[in-house]
Design a binder for this molecule. Structure first.
Ligand code: HEC
Length: 401
């Protein structure tokens, strides 16, 4: 039965990832919608009936064949409506499925997915401890910063948080493999976001409702605090979404200064988000997305691989035999229809390297992953040497015959 464990984990991976994506879309979609709504509503005419009712802003929208007229009450309507919709389960389910996925993909396979012996030789439990600890520490530091006097200055808090996240990325990358360091920074941010919902936003709203049920005027401070955290979450979204897909881009997390690469991409995300938030308030501030685009362009230039050295002329048949031998020794334990590497149920990313046709077909990807990025073999588990990478490089640059 043991042989079915990796296969079972693969199914768990599929279902949980699917769920994570769906709930993440629901959560971030709602976050985008409500921040857009908040920025787009306009105050009603003074003295109008809406203003008298306590409406602080409203807008008209058309969607799906109908007209909508949302109105925002500051602090609350005169009476509590019979039915009140809350938004919390999309956040909680996103976090729970995210942690499950982190456990299935990373923590259950720590030696392959989290440890890179060229970075630091950790036991699986040490790696998991660092990963888990980073989530707890991240929330604690962020929450304390928000509650400190710094929490009253949005811009300064934003800069300090950016420094904290960049520092965390640096620290994690001193111990974990690049991809694991990235995903744990993402999980840290995700934990802060859900912590905001669970610990601040929902309890604040509960207090508003409780005060109204008790017939008292609700204290606006609860609304203000919840709003601040909700805006933080909005600025976290673009960075966290990049990190969630970052594992497809070894050119970022494999870089020697991967933490700095991440900082640049996160900054670009925040700048672009800021543009949209201002735009919905009616301001067009192109300097922000242009600065974001400039950062990404600069990064693309900076990360470009060097031109390959001119390969010596060799016998192509003999050269390919060498490459095949290297693939057999260093790659096929994972990249086969039925991998022998524990923890792998089938060829990762669908890449099979056990026969000549597949090797030739995958030549550009092999060159990219094993030579340019050195992202493969994963965590260099199979100890591919520099000389072997040079042979693969020479084969590819002379036409991959
Ligand atoms: C320990 C297992 C393991 C070994 C050994 C290994 N790989 Fe991989 N490989 C993986 C995993 C896991 C992925 C999927 C990575 C992901 O999801 O981003 C992968 C993905 C790939 C991809 C697809 C990357 C993409 O996103 O397009 C290529 C190409 C690749 N490996 C080539 C190689 C080569 C060449 C070797 C040998 C030099 C090798 N791998 C050795 C585990 C391994």
């Amino acid at each position: 039965m043991d042989y079915l464990i990796p296969y079972g984990l693969e199914w768990a991976n599929l279902l949980v990832r699917w769920l994570h994506l769906i709930t993440g879309i629901a959560w971030i979609g709602a976050s985008f919608y409500f921040v857009w709504l908040d920025n787009s509503i306009r105050p009603p005419a003074p003295g109008s009936e809406l203003a008298r009712k306590g409406v602080s802003g409203e807008l008209w929208a058309v969607h799906g064949g109908g007209f909508y007229n949302p109105q925002k009450y500051l602090v609350a309507p005169a009476a509590l409506p019979k039915e009140l919709h809350w938004f919390k389960w999309e956040a909680y389910t996103t976090w729970l499925s995210g942690i499950s996925l982190l456990t299935i993909v990373y923590w259950c396979n720590a030696q392959a997915m989290m440890v890179d012996k060229a970075v630091y030789d950790l036991t699986s439990w040490q790696a998991i401890g660092i990963g888990f600890g980073s989530l707890v520490l991240g929330w604690t530091v962020y929450d304390l910063l928000c509650r400190s006097p710094l929490g009253k200055h949005d811009g300064a808090l934003g800069l300090v948080m950016f420094g904290f996240l960049t520092g965390s990325a640096w620290l994690l990358s001193q111990f974990l493999s690049g991809r694991a360091a990235y995903i744990h920074v993402g999980a840290m941010i995700g934990t802060m976001m859900v912590g905001n919902v669970l610990m601040l936003i929902i309890p604040g709203q509960r207090k508003l409702v409780a005060a109204m049920l008790a017939g008292q005027a609700p204290d606006p401070i609860h609304g203000i605090k919840a709003k601040q955290r909700s805006v933080h979450n909005n600025y976290f979204t673009l960075p966290v979404l990049f990190i969630m897909i970052s594992n497809h881009y070894a050119m970022t997390y494999r870089h020697a200064q991967a933490w700095a690469v991440l900082a640049v991409i996160m900054a670009a995300g925040v700048l672009i988000r800021h543009f949209f938030n201002l735009r919905h308030k009616g301001r067009l501030a192109w300097q922000y997305p242009l600065a974001g685009a400039a950062l990404l362009l600069g990064l693309a230039v900076y990360l470009a691989p060097p031109a390959p050295a001119k390969a010596a002329v060799v016998d192509p048949v003999q050269q390919f035999a060498q490459v095949e031998q290297i693939m057999r020794q260093r790659c096929v334990s994972c990249h086969a229809e039925h991998p022998s590497q524990p923890g792998f149920a089938q060829a990762p990313a669908g890449v099979v390297l056990s026969d000549a046709t597949s090797i030739r077909q995958n030549a550009p990807r092999i060159y990219q992953q094993a030579v340019q990025l050195k992202a493969m073999p994963l965590a260099n588990l199979t100890q591919m040497s520099e000389a072997e990478r040079a042979i693969v490089a020479a084969w590819f640059t002379s036409g991959a015959r």
